[in-house]
Design a protein around this ligand. Structure first.
Ligand code: DX5
Ligand code: ZN
Length: 228
């Protein structure tokens, strides 16, 4: 855990009401979210097709928060400039889809964005070894990518712990973001293990409570760790 550093909350709009996306992004912004997490899916790397760069550009007009764009697509290099122009602040590509990851990271930076790399639950953190000093963010998937509302995969907790140790050992400042199954029960456990950015979809955009109430609950769940 990066002590004394506020844990960031990144609502995933995948669970939002797409018919009133602007308002939902505004609600999350007013409620104190730190990033807006945007899940881009191509129907190939993952089963669903979600949104493309024009929607990112539309969201850009509804918030000043950094847009955290998670590309779950094949050949992501081909799309980087489009998403950067649309207003992405952070662009994250999957290790599993990006053949020339070093080039991909440079392309993201050259486009003026922060560069993130993501790995699936079954991909070992060892594949990050060489690229780790180059990235601004590592996104550890804590469910298999593709859908919101899935259950947190317990074995990923150990990956968070090990990656945190490695980042600290090498004095690297990359953010450690976790994505999938994060809620008031799992949030404190992943933060304790070393996560610094929490993506949450179903726990924030749901019919039980307002976006503000949901974000507050997440922050309250972190209180005992004194990092919220
Ligand atoms: C899944 C996406 C996530 C998803 C998380 O592939 O990357 O961002 O929206 O949803 P929850 O928080 O509901 O598991
Ligand atoms: Zn995501």
């Amino acid at each position: 855990m990066q002590r004394n550093q506020k844990v960031k909350i990144a609502p995933s709009i995948l669970s939002a009401d797409f018919a009133r996306l602007g308002e939902q992004v505004q609600e999350a912004t007013k409620a104190g979210a730190d990033y807006i997490h945007i899940d881009v899916m191509d129907g190939r790397f993952v089963p669903q097709i979600t949104i493309g760069a024009p929607v990112v550009a539309a969201i850009r007009r509804w918030t000043d928060l950094p847009l955290d764009v998670h590309l779950m697509i094949e050949s992501p290099e081909q799309q980087i400039s489009q998403f950067a122009k649309a207003g992405a602040s952070i662009i994250t590509v999957h290790m599993e889809t990006c053949l020339h990851i070093h080039r991909g990271v440079q392309m993201i930076k050259d486009a003026g964005c922060k560069a993130g790399i993501s790995i699936n639950p079954a991909t070992s953190i060892s594949v990050l070894d060489e690229i780790l000093p180059e990235v601004d963010l590592v996104l550890l998937m804590t469910v298999n990518p593709g859908f919101s509302g899935q259950t947190f995969i317990e074995s990923t907790l150990n990956k968070i712990t090990r990656l945190r140790k490695e980042l600290d050992r090498r004095s690297l400042k990359a953010e450690l973001e976790v994505d999938g199954g994060i809620n008031i029960e799992t949030a404190s456990r992943v933060v304790k293990a070393g996560a610094t950015v929490l993506v949450a979809g179903a726990a924030i955009f749901n019919s039980r409570e307002s976006v503000e109430e949901a974000i507050n609950k997440l922050r309250v769940s972190l209180r005992s760790l004194a990092v919220d």
